[in-house]
Ligand binder design. Structure first.
Ligand code: NAG
Ligand code: NAG
Ligand code: NAG
Ligand code: NAG
Ligand code: NAG
Ligand code: NAG
Ligand code: NAG
Ligand code: NAG
Ligand code: NAG
Ligand code: NAG
Ligand code: NAG
Ligand code: NAG
Length: 391
């Protein structure tokens, strides 16, 4: 009877015993191996251990370990993190290098992605190898050295503030968060695509001023700052004094045509020259009008000494002086000439022509200029008489 039982037992062992694969336990003593109800470990030589018979108990559904999975699970050699399954991965769930998204997702569905340095599994909402859709929370999980998502979300960056911040910006952070808008605006509330830093002290353009500080949208005339003028400092019309003062403090007044700013002593536009402190000076006439202008004697106005029409005697004398032969007189067209066109005597033909091309001939006694000479009148008179004689 006992003999039969032994034979029967031996038959079961021979027919069903499943010897486990060799695995490493904490020490070479197989008593150090994890224990599993219904399973025994034995030494397999060379310091390794194996389950004596993997079919000796029901396969565990809890507390599985790498040792058991390695010995009794033929192609799934590692236990998942909560010990409920043996899984087919290349390394243990407890390893801290070379982790991949695949390993992490199989080891623990709560932390399905490998960190950027592959040293741990994390609960980010997307893979650390993503090339878009980054958020700050995923960035800091994937790589604490680059804790913020770039503005485009294409990558994580090591800026000092979140790329979605609305204050505290610096050029360095802008360059990291938004390479296409690499400068902080002047209020440090945003990054802008200016072509130079908003803290620049030169080379300003309207384009950059408007981006860096919309409340000072125009580059000053010297380009060293931005100003709150209402027109561009490079405008060629529409000037007034307040814009000139802002654009060019050294030329604070609009010229008389409002085409630019000048360094006159007082304002050009709206000047009341009847007030003693606002009379015109030669310099102000040049500044406010143009080169070639002079102040009238009374200081009430500026005279265009280059004018080739509309001049009167006092203006010609002012512009050309009153010396011998100076063009101190105005002719009938308002051109300055050297002949006194108001004279009552002494007329000669050439002077008459100079003073008025319509009356180029002097009368006989030189008291006036006429359209025809006396001799011409005489000839016409004789001619008419002759015709009457023929009739
Ligand atoms: C699993 O391990 C825990 C704690 O180590 C223990 O309380 C529990 O009984 C184990 N479960 C099984 C099925 O061995
Ligand atoms: C990680 O992988 C690299 C190359 O794939 C390998 O050289 C290295 O030995 C691995 N490290 C571990 C701990 O498996
Ligand atoms: C154990 O982990 C697996 C895979 O991560 C998961 O599907 C399962 O729900 C977990 N079970 C428990 C009890 O936590
Ligand atoms: C990740 O886990 C932490 C706690 O460990 C939790 O506060 C956080 O909400 C989780 N994040 C995600 C994206 O699941
Ligand atoms: C200003 O601009 C000019 C030409 O664009 C450049 O050569 C110069 O270096 C700039 N100066 C500064 C201070 O940026
Ligand atoms: C200049 O023009 C702006 C608007 O173009 C106006 O607001 C401002 O008051 C004007 N200043 C003067 C001094 O006329
Ligand atoms: C402006 O004019 C005054 C006197 O007319 C002169 O002293 C000053 O240097 C001028 N300023 C500039 C910037 O040209
Ligand atoms: C007037 O003439 C002067 C030379 O005498 C010249 O420099 C200036 O540009 C002229 N002005 C105008 C408005 O033509
Ligand atoms: C010359 O013309 C100016 C401007 O029209 C005028 O103010 C001035 O009185 C005139 N002078 C003479 C002598 O006619
Ligand atoms: C007098 O003024 C006119 C312009 O009105 C100018 O063409 C001329 O050269 C000046 N003549 C002299 C002698 O200054
Ligand atoms: C010149 O002749 C005109 C008539 O042609 C005459 O009225 C005038 O008084 C004369 N003047 C002189 C100075 O002789
Ligand atoms: C010349 O014209 C004046 C006035 O225009 C006139 O009084 C005079 O008679 C004229 N002299 C001659 C010779 O036609």
């Amino acid at each position: 009877m006992i003999y039969q039982v032994i034979i029967f037992s031996a038959f079961i062992l021979l027919s069903a015993a499943q010897l486990g694969a060799l695995v490493n336990c904490p020490t070479q003593d197989c008593n150090s191996c994890d224990s599993f109800t219904g399973f025994l470990w034995q030494s397999g030589g060379s310091g390794q251990c194996q389950i004596v018979d993997c079919s000796s108990g029901s396969f565990p559904k809890q507390n599985l370990s790498d040792q058991f999975c390695g010995s009794c699970s033929s192609n799934a050699h590692y236990a998942n993190q909560n010990g409920t399954q043996c899984i087919q991965i290349q390394q243990s769930c407890s390893s801290n290098s070379n982790l991949t998204d695949n390993i992490c997702s199989l080891c623990n569905s709560q932390t399905p992605y490998a960190s950027s340095d592959q040293t741990k599994c994390i609960n980010s909402t997307a893979s650390c190898s993503s090339t878009s859709g980054w958020t700050d929370s995923n960035c800091i999980l994937c790589n604490p050295q680059k804790p913020f998502a770039s503005l485009s979300g294409f990558s994580c960056v090591d800026s000092s503030i979140s790329c979605s911040s609305s204050s505290g910006w610096s050029d360095a952070d802008c360059a990291k968060c938004s390479p296409s808008s690499p400068y902080s605006n002047q209020l440090k509330t945003n990054c802008v695509a200016s072509t130079q830093t908003c803290s620049s002290a030169s080379n300003w353009t309207d384009y950059n001023c408007n981006l860096c500080n919309p409340s000072k949208p125009y580059a000053a005339t010297d380009k060293n700052s931005c100003v709150a003028s209402t027109i561009s400092c490079s405008s060629v019309n529409g000037w007034n004094d307040s814009n000139c003062q802002l654009c060019s403090p050294s030329a604070p007044y609009s010229n008389i045509y409002q085409t630019g700013c000048v360094n006159s002593s007082i304002k050009c536009v709206g000047r009341d020259s009847t007030k003693a402190n606002q009379v015109w000076t030669d310099n102000d006439c040049v500044q406010c009008y143009a080169a070639g202008y002079k102040a009238s004697k009374d200081g009430y106005q500026c005279v265009d000494c280059n004018a080739t029409t509309g001049m009167n005697n006092s203006q010609c004398a002012l512009c050309n002086g009153t010396g011998q032969g100076a063009n101190q007189y105005a002719n009938s067209q308002g051109v300055c000439v050297a002949v006194n066109c108001d004279q009552q005597s002494g007329w000669v033909d050439s002077d008459c022509a100079t003073c008025n091309q319509a009356t180029p001939f002097a009368s006989q006694n030189g008291s006036s200029c006429n359209t025809t000479t006396n001799s011409q009148i005489l000839i016409i008179f004789i001619f008419i008489k002759f015709i009457f004689l023929l009739l």
